[in-house]
Design a protein around this ligand. Sequence first.
Ligand SMILES: Cc1ncc(COP(=O)(O)O)c(C=O)c1O
Length: 365
Amino acid sequence: MKIPAVNLRPALEAAAAEWRAHLDALFCRMHFILGEEVAAFEREFAASQGARFAVGVGNGTDAIELCLRAAGLGGSGRQVLTSPLTAPFTGLAILRAGCAVRFADLDPETLLLDPESAAASAGRRTAAILPVHLYGQVCDLRRFAALARQLDAALIQDACQAHGARYGGRSLASFGPAAFSFYPTKNLGCLGDGGAVVTNRAAPARRIRLLRDGGRSRGHVSVVPGINSRLDEMQACYLRAFLPHLEEWNRERRRIADLYDRALADCPGLRPVRRSPGSVCHLYVVRARRRERLREFLSRHGIATGIHYGVPLHLQPAFRDCGARRGDLPVAERAAREVLSLPLWPGMPPAMIEETVERISRFYQ
Ligand SMILES: Cc1ncc(COP(=O)(O)O)c(C=O)c1O
């Protein structure tokens, strides 16, 4: 049996009537950039995340950059503290905003940015803390908010893997702006690139709206050097169709993650990464002994897996100026050698979960 790491077909089929209707309406209007679909999606997405405002942008990387620029940090060279175990785009967005990137180590159980390590790594130049809600789990926002207050720094969230997540029942936006990616495989994805910022404050929402569209205020006059990063109308059609399914799909992800947990509980060679409360289970990640061998074995049996992420950012050439060297962030470095993401998508047939578990158990026997 061939088992992909992700399969988007069930989601596309479940929402087909809705996205076809939105596309039909768009083709009647023929207004393809910053029109009614994006405006409606922004209202609907803000409401779904419990935020006052959402601003659609070109992708998650730009969403992070624009949050930093809206916080007044663009081109400042000041430090932004983040996780080394994330997509390189988190760090690249910081560099693109003209800030310096600094990394702290992780909680060894959840692999989320550790507030204590963050406090120890922060200094006078730290202007923002950027926790990453990795794998759909939510970081300890209460502690990061306290740290940000203490440092007089901004708190900006990379929520690119955490659509629909809450922290103790509170919306992410109640702690500060959160950046989302709608890359196709995310919990809420479009069929190309897309992203958004959610915030409860009107001023940053206005600023990001201005910056995403070239900084133009009247016609073709740029009043600030913005960028071209608009969520497009066609992608908004898909996002509006998928959004009403998000809660149900997140529940299904959780159910599959629970099934994996139970089935793999006694497997000797691996242990699941502990999920923080309120996780929306973007990925199901285990820490595996002999990971590369296991991965090859599964691949030979038609089972695709992923690695999120194999090289921590402080060891990637693009971030050589971050000040950290091999050995400085041991939890992240070890995790990068062990993490393996198992197949998971809403609509995944139970037989595929069983087959994956069965093959893993056989490998370790
Ligand atoms: C944690 C994290 N941050 C940032 C990004 C960047 O998002 P995008 O690919 O939409 O620019 C991604 C997606 O790849 C991500 O998973």
